[in-house]
Design a protein around this ligand. Structure first.
Ligand SMILES: C[S@@+](CC[C@H](N)C(=O)[O-])C[C@H]1O[C@@H](n2cnc3c(N)ncnc32)[C@H](O)[C@@H]1O
Length: 391
């Protein structure tokens, strides 16, 4: 095959939107050219492009070519480089060019299906730039050392960014005249706790004292070690049960992400008692109300285990929001991440306003609890605060 034929084949296949990925390597002039170039399809403002990614002096460079302009870029690469690996839908092609530009090709079938296009625009909207190396994300295994988001970690990266967006929206409700005290209850592996610190301290410059609390000793020891390695001076991890946590006097923000069952209620209860200005909570499994749902009025639903579980879960979160409103918060239940990624996709966001509840809100809460014939955990937990309101 002649070099021009090779260029024609590559360009035709690119224009047919068959490219999955590619690597161009072995520069002819090592001193003048970049090491490797990676290729992938991207969508920019709804238009299909091929992205050429190169690495110079620790900096990633991206050039995006619409299909009508790829021929020149491909021809230039074949002038400057000697090796290509192109993964097309259905076939992987290894190309070696000799010093005299003689072409050798090896073709193998692959299982790649229709090409996928990552939206470049969506990427650009992330609070944490996906093209920048974030040391905490490298340590947590979300980014590789070169900054590339690892294949299995795209959903985690999205989740982290979504969470940081919620933190960004909450800034107006937080004090600015003193270091922020934040508690993350049930912090587990703490991807989001590290993200919270990174965003507030490293990106926004806030003085923060963030504590991650969890029952698991080994996980907490690992997170504490990592926080020290990253020099995240205001981030600490402690072993403990939310129910017994009494170390803090005043807390500005309480976070609970996927804390199981009533661990979420315990955390919400603590937040209210501290008068936290901001609460961000993604509840997890809700079994507690499930066991109380015996009302005959609900039997049409609750005789089906699956429906009962979902109903209990939605009712629990609705009551949590309602109770927080009754004790002076402005609360919304919003979508956290896409339902297709996880069913645990409701985020409870509450900002303290100190507002007195409207009489109709009290009436509707009482009516709902009566209809359920149940007393959910948070209602019991905040018995004192709700005295005179619900009783
Ligand atoms: C599903 S994990 C979520 C971890 C992390 N927040 C996340 O979103 O990736 C729930 C965590 O809550 C912790 N947990 C459950 N009940 C707790 C309690 N009463 N006190 C402290 N931690 C608790 C568990 O040990 C577990 O690590």
């Amino acid at each position: 095959m002649e070099l021009q034929e090779l260029v024609d084949e590559i360009v035709t296949r690119m224009r047919g939107q068959q490219l999955r990925s590619g690597v161009i390597s072995q520069p002819r002039l090592k001193t003048e050219t970049a090491g490797k170039i990676k290729l992938k399809p991207v969508e920019i403002k709804g238009v299909y492009h091929i992205q050429f990614e190169s690495h110079f002096d620790q900096t990633l460079r991206h050039k995006n070519y619409p299909l009508e302009e790829v021929e020149e870029a491909v021809a230039a690469c074949l002038e400057q480089y000697r090796q290509l690996q192109l993964v097309w839908a259905g076939e992987t092609v290894h190309i070696q060019l000799s010093k005299k530009k003689k072409v050798s090709i090896k073709r193998t079938a692959n299982d790649e299906q229709a090409p996928t296009v990552l939206s470049h625009n969506r990427k650009k909207n992330y609070v944490l730039d996906p093209d920048t190396i974030h040391p905490f994300l490298v340590h947590l295994g979300v980014q590789a050392k070169d900054g590339k988001i690892k294949n299995q970690k795209h959903d985690k990266f999205k989740q982290i960014n979504r969470f940081v967006e919620f933190v960004e929206d909450s800034l107006a409700y937080l004090p600015t005249d003193r270091p922020l005290k934040i508690l993350d209850f049930g912090s587990g592996k703490s991807y989001l706790t590290f993200a919270l610190y990174h965003y507030l301290r490293e990106m926004k410059g806030y003085e923060v004292e963030i504590t991650g609390l969890d029952l698991k000793k080994d996980v907490i020891a690992h997170c504490e070690k990592l926080a020290r390695e990253l020099n995240y001076d205001g981030l600490h991890f402690k072993v403990g049960d939310i129910a017994d946590y009494n170390d803090a006097q005043q807390v500005d923000m309480v976070v609970t992400l996927h804390a199981c069952d009533v661990a979420t209620d315990l955390a919400l209860g603590r937040a209210v008692k501290w008068g936290a200005r901001v609460i961000l909570s993604v509840p997890c499994c809700q079994h507690e109300l499930f066991t109380q749902l015996e009302s005959p009025a609900l039997s049409v639903m609750t005789r089906h285990g699956l429906i009962k579980e979902r109903f209990a879960s939605l009712a629990t979160d609705s009551i949590r929001a309602q109770v927080l409103d009754l004790v002076g918060y402005d609360t919304q239940l919003v979508e956290f991440v896409n339902l297709e990624n996880t069913p645990k996709n409701i985020l409870l966001r509450a900002y303290y306003t100190g507002a007195t509840p409207k009489p109709e809100m009290i009436v509707e809460t009482k009516a709902f609890l009566e209809f359920l014939q149940a007393k959910p955990y948070l209602v019991r937990e905040l018995d004192d605060q709700l005295k005179g309101v619900l009783t």
